[in-house]
Write a protein that binds this ligand. Structure first.
Ligand SMILES: [Zn+2]
Length: 485
């Protein structure tokens, strides 16, 4: 291209930013028809964005977030696809994988159809994980069809009423996923141990929010993680462990990975930034920090960074959960003196995920810029079958970009995050580095915090079969029991 030539090869050129790919360099990106068409110098576009002084990162992929989830008692989470999308785009995230929940006694087909309808308002691109709570013969029989429709990940809970699966049920889901070609993601905590300890705490009058931490110490998470992995090994079915809170759990995963087991794992910003002391804030404030697994102490939190730099935990997702502090379905739904077992669990974080990991990770020298991209975009895209379309800045990929000002200093407030939840656990926290523009499939959808995109402009991402999650092919005695049950 000759400079000054009036021929525009591209719809949009992002000029002179520091582009983070396998190598990090100052260059231009040329976008045509929503795709990255060129990476190089002196590109000419019908529209140009000056990115000098900014980092150009792939749009974030949040592979674990709860959006407009249907409730067992009726209704949905207050975070809608519209509000969650706005928060995601404001925070530099362009792709999300929320959940479709199958409740006991219901077929999957109908619930998944309901989520597809709800997601029609999305401004971000999305897929779903299908939660299985009731693996009856009829539900198991539906799994091949659901997976073939592009839902290549199932999710199971080893704790929580009324979601949890016992070992037999979990093995059945693993076997069904193996037959259908889907990944299984797992919430690992020991159901009976938590019930036993919670009942004892309540009997002793220890009911304040901080006792939520006491109800589920690391041993209950470590035991369930070990069991989840061992049973996955038995079936020869790849799994991902969700929201690892501490290194003693990560050690179980590292051991299995060293044996060649196809197990991956993630953590979330809350486990890297907050601590169990936050649950001991005055009054009922501690409820704002209740999530499961629980937050750990400061030393445990600080050690967890080593597990993301080592690669044992390959993804940092938000686990964004839709509970306000006030309101009929919020943390105080059972009053401001509710016992911890009666307080909804979960923290909002879809909009703050990238800024927190950037500031606390890259900014403080704990992780590299390349690590940041790997943890927040490339790895989730690879693991969940969204690559090569999502997760990287590469020719042929969707033009999903976060333009990042690495020097911008921001005090986090709830208003800045633009979600529907009435609080953020990070209120008042100072961060350095903030997204100033988000591009989704070549369209500028956020500029200086203002999100401009039409409801429904997000698109469903059906996931085709992919090699990454193929079973390892290691079966005890060479016998594939999952072919029979
Ligand atoms: Zn979750």
């Amino acid at each position: 291209m000759i400079p000054g030539d009036d021929v525009s090869d591209y719809d949009l050129v992002v000029r002179g930013g520091t582009v983070v790919t396998e190598t990090t360099r100052r260059t231009d990106i040329g976008i045509l028809n929503g795709k990255i068409a060129a990476i190089g110098s002196d590109l000419q576009g019908r529209e140009t964005v000056d990115a000098s002084g900014l980092l150009v990162l792939p749009g974030g992929v949040d592979s674990h977030c709860h959006i407009e989830q249907l409730r067992p008692e009726g209704g949905t989470d207050e975070e809608t696809f519209l509000s969650a999308s706005i928060s995601a785009l404001a925070g530099g995230t362009t792709t999300v994988i929320p959940f479709s929940v199958q409740f006991k006694g219901q077929p999957i087909r109908d619930t998944l159809a309901a989520y597809h309808r709800l997601a029609r308002n999305a401004l971000v691109d999305y897929s779903f994980h299908q939660i299985i709570t009731d693996p009856t013969d009829a539900v198991i029989a539906e799994i091949p069809e659901i997976v073939a429709s592009g839902i290549r990940s199932l999710k199971v809970f080893l704790t929580y009423d009324p979601l949890y699966l016992d070992d037999r049920q979990y093995v059945r889901v693993l076997a069904a996923a193996r037959r259908a070609g889907a990944l299984v993601t797992v919430h690992c905590e020991n159901y009976e141990a938590i019930r036993w300890r919670s009942a004892a705490l309540v009997a002793d009058g220890r009911v304040a929010p901080k006792y939520h931490v006491w109800s589920r110490p690391p041993a209950v998470e470590r035991e369930a993680t070990h069991r989840a992995i061992a049973l996955a090994e038995l079936v020869d079915q790849p799994i991902q462990v969700f929201h690892v809170s501490c290194s003693e759990v990560a050690e179980e995963i590292a051991r299995a990975q060293a044996r060649g087991v196809k197990v991956w794992a993630e953590t979330c910003p809350q486990y890297l930034v907050l601590t169990s002391a936050d649950l001991d804030r005055p009054g009922f404030e501690g409820a704002k920090f209740m999530c499961s697994p629980a937050l750990r102490d400061a030393a445990t939190r600080d050690a967890l960074w080593d597990d993301i730099t080592s690669g044992v935990l390959g993804i940092v997702s938000s686990d964004h959960s839709g509970f306000s502090y006030d309101g009929p379905r919020g943390k105080r739904m059972n009053g401001s003196d509710a016992a911890f077992p009666d307080i909804p669990n979960g923290l909002p974080g879809i909009g703050s995920r990238l800024a927190l990991l950037f500031s606390e990770g890259v900014g403080k020298g704990r992780i590299s810029l390349k690590d940041f991209v790997r943890l927040t975009a490339s790895n989730p895209a690879d693991l969940f079958g969204l690559a090569p379309r999502k997760g990287r800045i590469a020719v042929g990929a969707d033009a999903d970009l976060a333009l990042w000002d690495p020097t911008k200093q921001v005090i986090i407030t709830n208003a800045l995050l633009q979600h529907a939840i009435d609080y953020t656990p990070y209120e008042g926290m100072a961060v350095t580095g903030w997204p100033v523009m988000t591009v989704l499939r070549g369209r500028i959808v956020m500029r200086d915090g203002t999100v401009q995109a039409a409801p429904g402009s997000g698109t469903f991402l059906p996931r085709a079969p992919y090699d990454f999650i193929q079973p390892a092919g290691v079966l005890a005695d060479g016998f594939d029991a999952s072919a029979f049950a």
